[in-house]
Design a protein around this ligand. Structure first.
Ligand SMILES: [Zn+2]
Length: 121
């Protein structure tokens, strides 16, 4: 039984050892998906095969639908917002959290595909 940790997915920790970070720091807007090649702790490759993160694209679409669609419906049908103001607000949120969504979906994909093995030091 594999256990998934929301905290480690949210903070982009290495999916195998959860000790180091997947993405290069500090964050740079021009390179939002700049990743380290390997984990500095357990040497896990962060791109085990070419096109490894193709599936993360579908995750980001799914996450965006799960978050923004209920929000849009709530704003229009419960709070009586107009369609235009709802769209402006939802698009603002979407672009404000665009890079977070990209990285979260990559992190989630890696955590789903790579098995957690705590390293003993
Ligand atoms: Zn690691």
């Amino acid at each position: 039984m594999t256990s998934y940790s929301f905290k480690h997915i949210w903070t982009y920790s290495c999916p195998k050892c959860r000790m180091s970070k997947m993405f290069k720091e500090p964050f740079m807007v021009m390179k939002p998906l700049d990743m380290n090649d390997r984990c500095t702790n357990c040497n896990q490759s962060f791109e085990p095969e070419p096109g490894f993160y193709f599936g993360a694209m579908f995750l980001s679409y799914g996450i965006a639908c799960l978050v923004y669609l209920p929000l849009a419906l709530l704003l229009v049908f419960y709070f009586d917002w107009t369609i235009n103001s709802m769209l402006a607000f939802v698009f603002f949120l979407y672009f404000a959290f665009f890079f977070k969504l990209l990285r979260i979906s990559r992190s989630l994909w890696a955590h789903l595909m790579i098995k957690y093995k705590p390293s003993r030091r």
